[in-house]
Design a protein around this ligand. Structure first.
Ligand SMILES: [Cu+2]
Length: 146
């Protein structure tokens, strides 16, 4: 019994060790000169990871979009100028937008476990303006580089 418990603990601790925190900054301008962007736009993650959106520059937020996240995954909505965390519990695609700037293209795509099975639903979800085009481009990018 003791042996079994230690094996269970070993497995649990290695899973916990693999889970990571991914930090994404919310930027008005990045080093390349792009305006209204997340510091990472194609975010690859695994179940158990935490993705932390940081209010590095003012007037941004991060939130999920109705219909653009995997079944069972909890939606999230950060306040403007506030840090928000997203705990990954499901594989699949999640769109993240900055509400004030999504039409200017301030969106990101989270790809968990390289699972693209909800791509069609994600493309049907309501994202405004240039944000929609960027979601399409990011899905293509994710398909091209598994
Ligand atoms: Cu913004």
């Amino acid at each position: 019994m003791y042996k079994l418990l230690s094996v269970v603990f070993l497995i649990w601790s290695s899973v916990a060790a693999l889970a990571g925190t991914i930090e994404v900054e919310m930027l008005t301008k990045n080093d390349a000169g792009d305006r209204m962007v997340f510091s990472q736009e194609l975010i690859r993650a695994e179940v158990g990871d935490v993705i932390r959106f940081l209010p590095t520059e003012r007037s941004h937020n991060a939130q999920s979009v109705k219909g653009a996240l995997p079944d069972g995954q909890k939606s999230f909505k950060g306040k403007q100028n506030k840090e928000v965390e997203y705990l990954v519990t499901e594989t699949g695609l999640t769109v993240v937008v900055c509400a004030p700037h999504q039409a200017m293209g301030m969106v990101a795509l989270i790809v968990v476990g390289n699972d693209l099975s909800n791509a069609t639903q994600v493309l049907d979800a309501r994202v405004r303006g240039k944000g929609k085009d960027k979601v399409k481009a990011l899905i293509e990018q994710a398909k091209a580089n598994p």
